[in-house]
Design a protein around this ligand. Structure first.
Ligand code: HEM
Length: 454
């Protein structure tokens, strides 16, 4: 049996543990996050679950999350499904081990691509992609929200990051890249919770599909890189690929790993965030009204907004913040002890032992978030933010391994959300109840809206 993550004897666990299998009652390989949320709700800020031979410590409380954010004592850990993603992302930024030298090299090469002035340079291309969404939605009718948000965000990172169009809005079905990505993320998620022997015996077909998906993703990425090498640096601006190729600091394999990392990390989570925001907006007309007042006041008569106008949409931004509180689309991250320590003055951790921060629970900790299930963007008004303790809202992770694309995601999503709110009335299907698909990330399943031009 694998060693326990840490000494779990003093840590609460679910009541019914099945011999050999562990805490599997009421859980599915499809919905580990939602099942753990349900089980963890009554167990307190720290709890443990056993899956087969693996014991995982979960953190669902704000206080312990803040403690784990202390970079002097804790660091990122590649856990479960994320470690499995190394097959796809290798030593790319997201899946690099802390001690791999390529992490720091690539981080330093890529940081200039995520400054405020870089966002200003990306703005026109982001506007163009939103206009393609508008071109589709102007036809009205019923739209599959998560699918169109995925089209929007994949197209944006493809064009803005790498000058590579996926033609997402010209296709009747998702780009094969999206299908291969979904297949491989789903497989990585399940593998994290399976007996290796069971997976070997019964999972050969699934494993072969996985390898084929990963190979296809690499093929697309090689095509993206080949296209750029052939065309030379982009004429009018620098993008992620130019920075990497021009730096000379990253080898060919690492550049490929970064491109694949950015194509996946750069769209999947943002698409989910936009979809959850639209879900809550479609059920909160007073929030829509307030947002429209702000958009009208900031944009005036402009058909498309300038960069500064997007940055002034503080209330629209709060809608995204609140959607990411309730459903942080990257729902957790793991932290390991740098040296032997005691967490919460009670739980010993040896160097290298780790715990998983489960964000949807942390973001519902009632000691910090009153009436936590209520959707209320005003929680992110400056006075309310100031009144909360630090490190209790972490949709973009923490410390030096936090999300490099945060500003990119927020600019893109604020622009898209404001454009949609200004232009359309959004009518939900009255029978729809929120369902969430998990593929390491979260997104609403089967969520449609009927769109009318205002
Ligand atoms: C709403 C959208 C997004 C969310 C919720 C999100 C969330 C996160 C989280 C939680 C982490 C840390 C994971 C960990 O500690 O293991 C992370 C890392 C990362 N994200 Fe994002 N992300 C978003 C958008 C983006 C975008 C748009 C990009 C790129 C353009 C991006 C690129 C990355 C990369 C490269 C890392 C790894 C950083 C490192 O370790 O150096 N993300 N993201």
């Amino acid at each position: 049996m694998a060693a326990p993550v840490m000494d779990t004897s003093a840590i609460p666990r679910p009541r019914w543990r099945v011999p050999l299998l562990g805490d599997v009652i009421g859980t599915s390989l499809r919905t580990p996050v939602q099942d753990t949320m349900r089980q963890g709700r009554d167990l307190g800020p720290i709890f443990t679950r056993r899956f087969l031979d693996r014991e995982i410590v979960f953190i669902g409380g704000a206080g312990l999350t803040a403690e784990l954010a202390d970079e002097k004592r804790f660091a990122k850990h590649l856990a479960l499904g994320v470690e499995e993603l190394r097959v796809i992302g290798g030593d790319g930024l997201f899946t690099a081990y802390n001690e791999e030298p390529n992490w720091k090299t690539a981080h330093d090469v890529l940081m200039p691509a995520f400054t405020q002035s870089a966002m200003r340079a990306y703005h026109p291309a982001m506007v163009d992609v939103v206009q393609e969404l508008v071109g589709k939605w102007d036809r009205g009718g019923v739209v599959d929200v998560s699918a169109d948000m995925t089209n929007l965000t994949l197209e944006t990172i493809g064009r803005v990051g790498f000058g590579y169009p996926f033609d997402s809005f010209r296709r009747s079905e998702a780009h094969p890249f999206v299908r291969a990505m979904i297949g491989s993320l789903r497989h990585a998620q399940r593998k994290g919770f399976q007996f290796p022997l069971v997976a070997r015996l019964f999972g050969r077909g699934a494993e072969e599909r996985y390898r084929a998906d990963v190979a296809y993703l690499a093929e697309v990425v090689d095509e993206v890189i080949r296209a750029r090498v052939a065309s030379g640096p982009s004429a009018d601006r620098i993008d992620l690929l130019d920075l990497m190729l021009a730096s000379g600091a990253l080898d060919e394999v690492n550049v490929r790993n970064q491109v694949i990392t950015f194509l996946i990390a750069g769209h999947e989570t943002t698409s989910g965030a936009l979809s959850f925001a639209l879900y809550y907006l479609s059920r909160n007309p007073s929030v829509v009204e307030k947002a429209r007042e702000e958009i009208d006041a900031v944009w005036g008569g402009a058909e498309v907004p300038a960069f500064e106008q997007v940055t002034k949409l503080r209330y629209v931004r709060r809608i995204l913040d609140e959607a990411l509180r309730l459903w942080p689309t990257a729902p957790g991250y793991a932290r390991e002890a740098k040296a032997d320590t005691v967490l919460g003055e009670r739980y010993p951790m040896k160097a290298g032992q780790w715990a998983l921060v489960l964000l949807p629970l942390v973001h519902r900790d009632p000691s910090v978030w009153p009436d936590p299930e209520r959707f209320d963007p005003d929680r992110f008004a400056p006075d309310q933010v100031r009144a909360r303790p630090g490190h209790v809202y972490k949709p973009f992770g923490t410390g030096e391994r936090a999300c490099i694309g945060r500003q990119f995601a927020l600019h893109e999503a604020t622009l898209a959300l404001a454009t949609v709110l200004r232009r359309y009335n959004l009518t939900p299907d009255p029978g729809y109840r929120l369902q969430i698909t998990e593929m390491l990330t979260l997104k609403p399943a089967g969520f449609t809206l009927t769109i009318h031009r205002r």
